[in-house]
Write a protein that binds this ligand. Structure first.
Ligand code: FES
Ligand SMILES: [Fe+2]
Length: 264
């Protein structure tokens, strides 16, 4: 396609292993930009969003400390099979990146990204096209990992789980911490907090992202959107109102000091 006044510097095509539902969900998800794509973006400020798309201000991850933020908008085209990301102000102002989304089958989607830039001299075209293709390869790699894991989680067991797993003696377990375990097809972390053994769900209550081991003070931060949880209370510690998902009970046999996780 042609965009008036802009130069088409490259087209990037790929297939992603995700359904079109996951792709569109990801496209509308402005919140993941500085977290999942922390190598590319930082300091995001949400301006507005809806079914139509979103507007944000942010910085490229590599920008100098006092740089002016870019104003970026993403608008879904009336055809509902493509969208445009436009740099409204800041570095790259006037750039339009058009992406067409075509389902291949229930679990795969074709993506075609066209980069249209203002003020490009002919000798710059190849370098600019190459840099944007490299950036978008990384962004879509990161998005694909997220969409695949979310799809797997959505297809996983639903409702309360039942079962028991034995984790060995308390002293041997403490040497393996933090330890990720699975019960009833769901992942959990066993960790030590202030000397006590604690178990929690490794699935983020937001949209099922992968929670890791806690940082200092028992704070857990999700890598997909940066939501934070306090392991002591199981509640958000970033002003949101969420709770960690239910976890099995951790039992220690008083005599043998054998540790087990029990659910149901
Ligand atoms: S899935 Fe969004 S913050 Fe965890
Ligand atoms: Fe993304």
């Amino acid at each position: 396609m042609e965009v008036e006044g802009l130069t088409h510097v490259a087209t990037y095509r790929r297939e992603v292993s995700a359904s079109k539902e996951r792709v569109w969900e990801n496209v509308l998800d402005w919140e993941h930009l500085p977290w999942l794509h922390d190598q590319s973006f930082r300091d995001l400020e949400h301006i507005e969003s809806g079914d139509w798309g979103w507007r944000v201000e942010l910085l490229p991850a590599s920008a100098a400390a006092n740089s002016k933020k870019m104003s970026l908008e993403l608008i879904i085209d009336a055809s509902e099979s493509r969208y445009v990301a436009r740099t409204v102000a800041g570095v790259g102002e006037g750039t339009e990146i058009w992406t067409t989304v075509k389902p291949v089958d229930a679990g795969r989607t074709d993506i075609e990204v066209e980069f249209h830039l203002p003020g490009v001299r002919p000798e710059q075209t190849a370098a600019l096209g190459g840099a944007l293709t490299t950036l978008y390869t990384r962004l879509w790699d990161e998005d694909e990992q997220m969409m695949m894991l979310r799809e797997a989680r959505l297809a996983g067991p639903a409702g309360p789980i039942e079962g028991t797993i034995e984790l060995g003696t308390e002293s041997s377990l403490r040497q393996k911490l933090p330890l990720e375990v699975e019960l009833g097809g769901r992942p959990y972390w066993v960790v030590e907090l202030d000397g006590e053994l604690v178990v929690y769900s490794a699935i983020c209550p937001h949209i099922l992202g992968p929670l890791g081991a806690p940082g200092p003070g028992g704070r857990i931060q999700c890598p997909w959107h940066g939501y934070q949880f306090d392991l002591r209370t199981g509640r958000s510690c970033d002003g949101r109102k969420r709770r960690l998902l239910p976890a099995p009970e951790l039992m220690i046999d008083p005599k043998s000091r054998q540790v087990s996780l029990r659910a149901g």
